[in-house]
Ligand binder design. Sequence first.
Ligand SMILES: [Zn+2]
Length: 82
Amino acid sequence: MRIACPMCKTVIADAPDDFPSRPFCSARCKLLDLGNWLDGVYRVSEPLDDTAEQVGEVDTQDSAAKSPEKPAGERSRGPQHN
Ligand SMILES: [Zn+2]
């Protein structure tokens, strides 16, 4: 089978079906990918702005004090009102 390593882009045209490191070209690339993955998990675990906004929709009192950049009055004042 053909293996295209997602880590170093090495292509192995005739790798055996039971190639131990697939889809990587070698055990080294497999470990490198695992390291990147763990690194990414730690970074993603930090809170994102998207979730904060969703919470703000429900908890209006608290979010109004925390994010004053979105006043509620601006929604009712549409561009069609002329
Ligand atoms: Zn590789």
